[in-house]
Design a protein around this ligand. Sequence first.
Ligand SMILES: Cc1ncc(COP(=O)(O)O)c(C=O)c1O
Length: 355
Amino acid sequence: MSRFWSPLVHRLTPYVPGEQPRIANLIKLNTNELPYGPSPRALAALREAADDTLRLYPDPEALALRTALGQRVGLDPSHVFVGNGSDEVLAHAFQAFFGHGEAVLFADVTYSFYKVYCGLYSLPYRLVPLDGAMRVGVDDYTGPCGGIVLANPNAPTGMALDLAEIRRLLERHPDRVVLVDEAYVDFGAQSAASLVPDYPNLLVVQTFSKSRALAGLRVGFAFGQPELIEGLTRIKDSFNSYPLDRLAQAGAQASVEDEAWLKQCVEQVIASRTQLSAGLEALGFDVLPSCANFVYTRHPNREAVELAARLREKAIIVRHLKGERTEAWLRITVGTDGQCQALLDALREILHRNS
Ligand SMILES: Cc1ncc(COP(=O)(O)O)c(C=O)c1O
């Protein structure tokens, strides 16, 4: 608390990101990064961009990157927005589209940053409970609202809706923006990007942080019809005209152009996820069916918080989220096969020791 803070700053409850601890030989399965490095073409482009031109400002419109992103899904750059991580894109979207006075709707168990943006921009919100199987029920998103946010696949559950359900939501709320946060879509869900030409109220947000292994570069993007992109651009240009530096634009563009690398990484993660889920089930865990690069799991008779603490003693970090509905669960990032095996071995030992 400080007398220098504005009333807004006093009211804020900021997001708490997963830890980035400095522990030797750490197995880090807590923030859903990829265990593999980015595309070698992206790394080469980054090195090449690190030259004297860094004295110049970057392209404020990031046109080459937006063009490359759009081409991948058949949209021209007027349908593409880029920002400093998808967190920034999401923040701009909340500010640009949700201030209609009615509550923004999102799931009670979902990405916890959504509440934080509502706090930052003084937006009312209503949590829509997941059903008993931890699924999003599209029919529960009824009544007047200021907008809808849907993580698809959802985080931390990893479960996804199909496009028919997303369409239903879009059609039920034609006068409100439906924001589909696809941070994990490449790991097995259907992207709503193909629906953009049909729905002026759809904004699809994605990131380079997960499937493209570039969390450290901070690049996120959105697809939407030009009036939504213009709304986001108006916020961006009232906040920071250059959210993506020269390195980020060059590295991200080369990453988009290396489709083969993306495919190879994603296939490997999906194969490891299948093995990890089977290994956890063999140890007695319940595991939700995941379309993401993490699994959400609980043990019927072990406290999740306790398991996370025991794993930490063995230098394995997973994510436990406090809260009534998440207390029993652990979110575990899919690592390399070796990391997943080390996790399973550690859990076996912990369960055995306490039984
Ligand atoms: C559902 C979801 N959306 C968005 C983000 C933000 O990703 P970034 O800002 O790295 O693009 C995350 C990060 O973990 C996430 O889980």
